[in-house]
Design a protein around this ligand. Structure first.
Ligand SMILES: *Cc1c(COP(=O)(O)O)cnc(C)c1O
Length: 372
């Protein structure tokens, strides 16, 4: 049995939507991106959505829109994808790494507040693996210290915190649509916010710094080409119609995994807080302390089951420690968890047979490693 790590759920209707754009001749700056933005803004429950070329470009524009730059410290987890930190480095802001809580791997509010200094300007919170961060605590800290807040929700479209959709928290949020995300546009991302000024700035900067009403060759500020093309937007519009179905299917696959792994020695299935709706991005198990992850992953690969070691902490990446020095030991929970987490194959279209097979292989490989 060959099982992919992730797989987008594409229908004939999705394909036809993209082909229609190609027939229309309008491949960029057209009606599809506008329609997609309206869908996402309505879904999340915010005033503005700005579609862009990737989740990373969405986050980069937010860093620029908030004016973060040299001398500014931004609190960010190390247990995240590279983008959350790279976008700070693009602008010369200083990432200050914050540890995570052991149950959901999101920002630890206690460590967060401990790391606030007079130079701290903002928090980049991450809804890791589709589980919402501890938003009440994070926004409380932001209030007390007058910090701006970006929500890197690139893994969590559709998730809810205490009955409210993610995307409503902080100054603005970013979602992403790479093919392994809950829904895809190929490459793509979107900014959501209730803040009029952030929306105007992001619209301008994604389009080479043009003002909405200005002439084509008039550039009022530094910008980029971060536009979402019409083929991607049409795929987004079409995929969005099935987003709820995707989320439910992913939830069901996650449940199938948890049923099979519950009680298995040496493995902890993911935890979900009772006051959230998880939007399953990946299914990540944690091995018991002292168990080596890499041999388990290697043995599973031999059986045709791909896995990923989500995440390799950012502070242990070469370009980061070469620049900021050796931070090892400063983030004990991040380092402990990161050596023991394994993302299993996961998608909306995984079958029960596939899930069962992955769990059997995991059990067998674990047994081998435990017995030496
Ligand atoms: C996917 C992801 C992004 C954005 O990724 P792109 O590939 O640029 O769309 C950003 N942050 C996190 C945490 C992600 O998982």
């Amino acid at each position: 049995m060959k099982i992919p790590m992730a797989c987008a759920d594409l229908s004939n209707e999705d394909i036809a939507a993209v082909v229609d754009v190609l027939h229309s001749g309008q491949l960029s700056l057209g009606p599809k991106a506008i329609e997609f933005e309206q869908q996402i803004a309505d879904y999340v429950g915010v005033k503005h959505a700005v579609a862009v070329s990737s989740g990373t470009s969405a986050l980069h524009l937010l860093v620029r829109a908030l004016g973060l730059g040299p001398g500014d410290e931004v609190l960010v987890p190390s247990f995240t994808f590279a983008s959350s930190v790279n976008v700070l480095l693009y602008e010369g802001a200083t990432p200050v790494f914050v540890d995570i809580i052991p149950d959901t791997y999101t920002l630890d509010p206690v460590d967060l507040e401990r790391k606030v200094t007079p130079r701290t300007k903002a928090i980049m919170a991450v809804d890791v693996f589709g589980h919402p961060a501890e938003w009440d605590e994070i926004l409380g800290i932001a209030d007390r210290h007058a910090l701006r807040v970006i929500d890197d929700s690139c893994e969590a479209l559709g998730a809810e915190y205490k009955g409210r959709k993610l995307g409503q928290f902080g100054d603005a949020a970013a979602f992403a649509f790479y093919p392994n995300k809950q829904m895809t546009t190929g490459e793509g991302g979107i900014i959501v916010t209730d803040d009029d000024e952030i929306a105007v700035l992001c619209r301008s900067m994604r389009n080479q710094g043009r003002d909405e009403m200005g002439a084509w060759l008039e550039h009022v500020r530094l910008g980029y080409n971060y536009r979402m093309d019409e083929m991607s937007a049409a795929l987004g519009v079409s995929q969005f119609k099935r987003l709820e179905t995707f989320l439910q299917k992913r939830e069901r696959v996650a449940q199938m995994y948890t049923e099979r792994l519950q009680g298995l020695e040496g493995v902890h299935p993911p935890l979900v807080k009772p006051y959230v709706r998880m939007s399953w991005f990946v299914y990540v198990v944690t091995l018991a302390e002292g168990l080596a992850r890499d041999p388990v992953m290697a043995l599973m690969a031999e059986q045709g089951v791909p896995t990923r070691g989500y995440f390799a902490p950012i502070h242990t990446q070469r370009h980061i420690y070469e620049r900021f020095g050796d931070l090892s030991g400063m983030l004990p929970m991040t380092e402990s968890v990161a050596q023991r987490t394994i993302a299993l194959p996961f998608s909306a279209i995984m079958t029960e047979t596939q899930v069962t097979y992955v769990c059997e292989v995991l059990k067998a490989c674990l047994a081998k490693v435990i017995l030496g």
